[in-house]
Design a protein around this ligand. Sequence first.
Ligand SMILES: *Cc1c(COP(=O)(O)O)cnc(C)c1O
Length: 401
Amino acid sequence: MDVLKRWGLTPVINAAGTMTSLGASRVSPEVCASVGDVLGRFVRMDELHAAASRVIARLTGAEAGYVTSSASAAVTLACAAAIAGDDLAAIEALPMTGGRERRIAVMMGHMVNYGGPIPQAIAASGAEVVPLGTAALCETYHLEAAIGAGLAAAVYVVSHHTVREGELPIALFIDICRKHRVPVIVDMASEYDLKGAVALGADAVIWSGHKFLGGPTSGIVAGRAAMMRAMVLQNRGLGRLMKAGKESIVGAMAALEAWEVRDHSAETAREEAIVEDWIARLSGIRGIALARHGDWTGNPVTRVELRIDPAAAGIFAWELASRCIAGEPAVALRDDLAVHQLIYLDPCNVTAEEAVVVADRIRSVCDAAKIRSDGCQVTWDEEKRARGKGHTPWLGEVGDA
Ligand SMILES: *Cc1c(COP(=O)(O)O)cnc(C)c1O
């Protein structure tokens, strides 16, 4: 059975990276087999949670681990754990916090939106979000002043979305918090490093199971045993609203074990060959300068950067991306920096055959725009307004009558 055909869905070639809007990751057959196996059976969930904790602890070096329904749910539940601890009455009362300390600090430059806003994921626990510093500057005294006024926890975000100048480095941030016994929650949903933040002493470190790990939708948390216990106990409160089922937990475990035994250098070589192929196939398009681009936060991924000169190319970067995805199959390009006339091609989720389709599509969209002179029509403001809508064409858009 072809699921896409059955429901009339457009096939997508994903050169954008791991995106929730495209169904997150391509889950490997081994991981699917584990998920399929457990779905038809019963398990004792306490045993499953214990087994997941052991797998996560082994891969991260942490005392314990926990699987949630997503990384964003893990942020909320880690904050809930920091506020309510293992007090069952307090857990059931959240997001009402009674007289408990509920202030949770996060640097202003870390208040990103990964599809939803991180301050909301924190506040959903019942926390009062305490912003540290300003957009691109946070000093140690900002953190120390917040600690002095009382904190239940502090959140640190590692992501290409954050401001990366003027921020406190993670080691210093954790150090200061630990000195004052303030728990640190690290959201590094998209980062390949499974050990660094744990080794620095973070209380809870969070990854997405469905990003680079290639698992089904899930969140993976590693950290101190007391913190993990408090997170598990949130299942009797807020955690129930965002519960991870046996399929998510088994899928996250299987994805972690697949990651453990994967030949990472062979995977890097495979991606490298696609990058080289893209550069060869796309060179010579008028108005597009190509470059190899290292990952923003140092993950071992190289992408192809397309720097577009609209006057010469006859098309704006955002128009190129939206025309590529409008075709059949849909070809998704990474366009979050399109306002700067930059497009990136991400090799992680693309096969060698798909890479050819991506390059051909880009070339034909550019050629067509030049021949028809129909590019450079939609301004960024118009594009942004269109994208700012709710994307619910099957139900009408936000603001429609
Ligand atoms: C993707 C991402 C999230 C959200 O992850 P989900 O597992 O999809 O909820 C949260 N934080 C950061 C930094 C992310 O990159």
